[in-house]
Design a protein around this ligand. Structure first.
Ligand code: HEC
Ligand code: HEC
Length: 334
């Protein structure tokens, strides 16, 4: 009897100590868990979701935001660089839209300050959706089902590009991925990571990856040079921040990408040059930290990175209103 009480109190003591140390630990970690979000305006997010999936915002009537940021595949297209209007080869790899609300700015070079400003870009980009803002407005305004929703959300049924991008941005704010194994570990569940994953995290932290990949998104919080110790070999002409600032010192400086859901968002780097996570980790070690990881270290870091896959957005596929006699026709081959 005495023995049993002793065991129980010892157990609760060690459990208490475990939670206490887990609490302290999470507070000291360079990465924080992702919190679930509820949209500020659910009707607006729903409208934004419809627009995100509507290919009629493109000239061809075929390309939607979801074509290149496929929410069934981690919010990317999983190809080296995107395919745009009339099968044009895109200049750069499509980053994920998941957790993009946490980025300090949008695009690899940070040229759009937020999601609303970003969303105006692809619709009128001749290499992407190849429409114009005026035509996109006319297309959406032609459908009374859309106008009704604009009225409900914005107070009048006027359809403007400003309202379209505001709604899309509101939807994108909902695309966060909490609940990953690593977040469970951060929140105190010691068993959430196995030995390899934990060793991988310690390598990730100890070798200095966290200097650049940190915060809740494990990236997205700074611009850094690609090729700190050794140059990055690529045929892709993108110059990074230099295209925005005009500063030679900003050549090959890119926004540090989020590593959340990185298992899903292959291929890697702005040119899509690394097909596998192993290759990306090996390259990062060599050119960013001047460190040659052996095979075992690479596989442990990769095991850790795969624990960053969170709960994917889970929603009903939007059913879009049909075009009618007033809707401008799509031009898929022009
Ligand atoms: C033809 C493919 C394509 C389409 C269509 C497309 N995008 Fe993109 N998207 C890209 C590429 C490529 C980039 C990176 C461009 C760059 O950084 O210069 C990008 C960047 C972004 C980013 C920035 C993410 C980050 O981490 O910087 C967001 C957000 C985004 N797109 C949302 C959208 C929305 C919303 C739409 C629809 C209105 C859309 N995209 C349509 C290919 C596409
Ligand atoms: C000095 C800053 C810095 C350090 C240190 C660093 N990274 Fe990176 N990381 C970047 C930048 C910048 C990019 C984007 C580079 C590009 O595509 O041009 C990147 C890209 C990546 C990518 C590809 C992401 C994607 O979506 O394409 C992975 C994976 C990655 N880093 C993992 C790591 C690992 C693992 C370490 C440690 C071994 C590490 N990084 C160290 C700055 C850094």
């Amino acid at each position: 009897m005495i023995k049993r009480t002793l065991t129980v109190s010892l157990l609760s003591l060690s459990l208490g100590a475990m939670f206490a140390s887990a609490g302290v630990m999470a507070a000291n970690e360079p990465i924080q868990p992702i919190k679930a979000v509820t949209p500020e305006n659910a009707d607006m997010a729903e409208l934004g979701k419809m627009l995100f999936f509507d290919p009629r915002l493109s000239k061809s009537g075929f390309i939607s935001c979801n074509s290149c940021h496929n929410l069934s595949m981690g919010g990317t297209d999983n190809i080296t660089t995107s395919i745009g209007h009339k099968w044009q080869q895109g200049p750069i790899n499509a980053p994920t839209v998941l957790n993009s609300s946490m980025n300090l700015a949008q695009f690899w070079d940070g040229r759009a300050k937020d999601l609303k400003e970003q969303a105006a870009g692809p619709i009128a980009n001749p290499k992407e959706m190849a429409s114009t803002h005026e035509i996109a407005e006319k297309v959406v305004a032609s459908m009374p089902q859309y106008r009704e929703r604009f009225k409900k959300v914005f107070g009048s049924d006027e359809v403007t590009i400003d309202r379209i991008t505001t709604a899309i941005a509101q939807f994108e704010e909902t695309l966060v991925t909490p609940g990953s194994k690593f977040d469970k570990w951060l929140e105190g569940d010691k068993n959430a990571l196995n030995q390899d994953e934990l060793e991988g995290y310690n390598l990730f932290k100890g070798s200095g990856c966290v200097q650049c990949h940190n915060g809740p998104a494990v990236g997205g919080s700074s611009y850094q040079k690609m090729g700190v110790f050794k140059p990055y070999e690529t045929k892709n002409p993108a110059a990074g921040r230099m295209d925005v600032t005009g500063n030679e010192a900003d050549r090959n400086v890119f926004k540090v990408p989020t590593l959340r859901n990185i298992e899903l968002t292959y291929p890697y780097f702005h040119d899509g040059g690394a097909a596998t996570l192993e290759q990306a980790v090996e390259t990062m070690g060599r050119i960013q930290l001047n460190r040659e990881f052996n095979k075992d270290e690479v596989s442990k870091i990769v095991a850790f990175l795969k624990t960053l896959t969170g709960d994917q957005p889970d929603f009903k596929l939007p059913i879009l209103p049909p075009s009618n006699n007033d809707t401008p026709r799509s031009q898929p081959y022009e």
